[in-house]
Design a protein around this ligand. Sequence first.
Ligand code: CTP
Ligand code: MG
Length: 240
Amino acid sequence: MVSATSRHWAIIPAAGAGSRVGSITPKQYLPINDTTVIEASLYCFLKHPEIAGVVVALHEGDQHWATLSVAKNEKIHTVVGGKSRADSVNNAVEYLINTPADDTDFVLVHDAARPCLRYSDLELLISTLKTDEVGGVLASPVSDTLKLVKSKEQTVNTVSETLDRDKIWRAFTPQMFRLKLLKQALTHSKDKSIVITDEASAIEAINLQVKLVQGHSDNIKITHQEDLELAEVILKNQWR
Ligand code: CTP
Ligand code: MG
């Protein structure tokens, strides 16, 4: 049985270029209402008393982070990110392993491009998984009808079949796992050249059980320009 008093750390991968948004400034540094995307994404972690520290992974040529007032926050540490999101997370995990973080401490990985996380969802994730031996992620069941396409075309695609959506969930971040298991999983994926787009996939690949905790579907990731406009509206209607 694992301890229920493990500490919690956050990792914020913020080393991406944001190419699909198409702005010169990486999307995590774009303004959103009266703040920036990354500051809005950090907000809940800096506020939560159970988060012992936050590790932000930055691009090696980052010119923006140091200009933000949040850069001076004592809870935050920075590392240089890598070529892929997984590499950036791995560098931050290494940093935690080399500090007083314990093997059974939890790590919550949250995209710098996900500014609309609700504080109540963060609390729900932490409290639900507190005694879990592995961990899990915030997620939400899909509500649209899902179509499988025959092949991936640019604009018009042909349907192959309609999928049974009953068991399909969308995985968000934060993704919360025990430090040692996350390190093991990321190393395994790297060694086997398994391409992962989230931490849960790496955990699944070493045959561990990932729990899904239902969060709100407005925890969107800014991927394209229009997502930024939507995130502004979501944040305006959130009590923070
Ligand atoms: N990320 C990272 N290191 C990378 C690539 C991505 O830390 N080498 C981070 C991004 O900064 C973002 C999160 O991972 O916060 C999710 O990735 P994604 O949405 O794909 O962001 P980008 O890679 O920046 O965008 P794009 O793929 O459109 O270039
Ligand atoms: Mg990317």
